[in-house]
Write a protein that binds this ligand. Structure first.
Ligand code: DI6
Ligand code: FE
Length: 403
């Protein structure tokens, strides 16, 4: 009688891999590892000795490092236009807040986004998405937040979802209606929050997985963000929050109290904020591209995060105002050089912890049986090399759902 292992014919095997599975606490390194997949799901990941030997397709990784497909868990990838000219003004001395108050900033991207059709938004986002895909990204979060009207916010969410029809990538859309005050509500931010909670969130609920808000002096108050969070929860949506980027309003602790998946930015977070996040397992999403591009000097409290056991993720925050980067590999390097993350922290930040920041911990982020077979195969053997290079892309091959 055939042994069970032979009876279940594997579809795919990747052999001779240096696996960084990200399982457990570290990198989960397995020398001479094998990954087996059926129907796009991992069925085995471990040493060659106990691995299935027969499969329809066998790929010899020739000793290459294999990580989970990378996850960019915070982006504003869909947006109209760019703000290179505003940046030029900043180089001449204007501050981000001054430009925002003068009708530039987020509102100028709002105008360009409102003018764009859904097809225009997809077309302008595709080259940015391709840059991320070329670095091994298999899952990406994309926020709305530049439409700021019900119709234009829905258009952004639909454009985000449509990207997954054009490329083999998992897109997690997040509704960020409370990103900035649109000009038609100037002077009455509470009325805009009424619209966000009463009309936009119910309309966006079928298109989004999570709701985010910009909790900041130039954004919305903690009380307004709490209203957005309540409305999101009433519609069964997960919570994320932009918090503590420019000032300490303690939005991160507010988010944690509401069981948020993540609080993001966090340069100004306090020890109490970080403790609250750890207690709720709210992931700290650090965005070194925005810190760098804004020439910030206040570092996020990484040591406090370590002490309290707050999980840390890293993302591009790709957006036209504060982080015009499409390189998650560069964020690995900046997370280490600017924020002092270790190699393990940086790499877990774009895999397992980024998955947790999206509520996808059971689906992606590690190389373990039961998860989607999303892999990045690298022309390096040492994990540190993925963090060390600046502007060099060693991707050999990217696998999404076994393909
Ligand atoms: N924080 C950011 O860094 C971006 N949004 C946010 O809430 C900036 C968005 C922009 O300037 O267009
Ligand atoms: Fe952001």
């Amino acid at each position: 009688m055939a042994d069970k292992k032979d009876a279940v014919q594997m579809e795919q095997l990747w052999t001779n891999a240096r696996l960084a599975t990200m399982a457990d606490d570290g990198l989960g390194l397995i020398e001479n590892g094998v990954v087996a997949a059926n129907a796009g799901r991992i069925v085995y990941a471990g040493p060659a000795e106990s691995a299935p030997a027969v499969a329809a397709t066998i790929t010899d990784c020739q000793g290459r490092l294999v990580t989970p497909g990378l996850i960019d868990c915070h982006t504003h990838l869909v947006h109209g236009g760019n703000r290179a000219n505003e940046w030029a003004m900043r180089l001449e001395g204007a501050t981000y807040e001054e430009i925002a108050r003068a009708g530039g900033g987020i509102v100028s991207t709002m105008r360009a986004t409102r003018e764009a059709s859904k097809a225009d938004l997809v077309a302008s986002a595709l080259p940015r998405l391709d840059a991320l895909i070329a670095e091994g990204v298999t899952t990406i979060e994309i926020k709305s937040g530049y439409g700021l009207s019900t119709e234009d916010e829905l258009k952004m969410l639909r454009a985000a979802r449509a990207l997954a029809d054009h490329r083999a990538v998992r897109v997690e859309p997040t509704f960020l209606g409370a990103h900035a005050l649109p000009p038609e509500y100037q002077g009455d931010s509470d009325a805009y929050i009424d619209l966000v909670c009463g009309e936009m969130i119910p309309a966006a609920a079928p298109l989004a997985n999570a709701v985010d808000a910009f909790c900041e002096g130039i954004g919305f108050s903690p009380a307004q963000c709490a209203r957005v969070i309540e409305a999101a929860k009433a519609h069964g949506l997960s919570i994320k929050l932009h918090a503590e980027q420019l000032s300490a309003l303690h939005g991160s602790a507010l988010a944690a109290r509401h069981g948020a998946l993540s609080a993001d930015h966090l340069e100004h977070a306090t020890e109490d904020d970080v403790r609250a996040m750890a207690a709720a397992d709210t992931v700290a999403v650090l965005l070194p591209g925005a810190y760098y591009f804004m020439r910030e000097t206040k570092l996020p409290p990484v040591d406090a995060m370590r002490r309290h056991g707050t999980r840390i993720a890293l993302a591009t925050d790709n957006n036209p105002g504060t982080s015009p980067t499409t390189s998650l590999l560069l964020m690995l390097n900046m997370g280490a050089t600017l924020f002092g993350l270790t190699i393990i922290e940086a790499l877990r930040g774009v895999t397992v912890n980024a998955a947790a920041a999206l509520g996808l911990g059971a689906e992606v982020g590690t190389i373990e049986p039961g998860k989607a077979c999303d892999l990045a195969i690298w022309n390096v053997s040492e994990p540190a090399e993925l963090v060390y290079h600046i502007g060099f892309n060693p991707l050999h091959q990217r696998i999404k759902d076994g393909q």
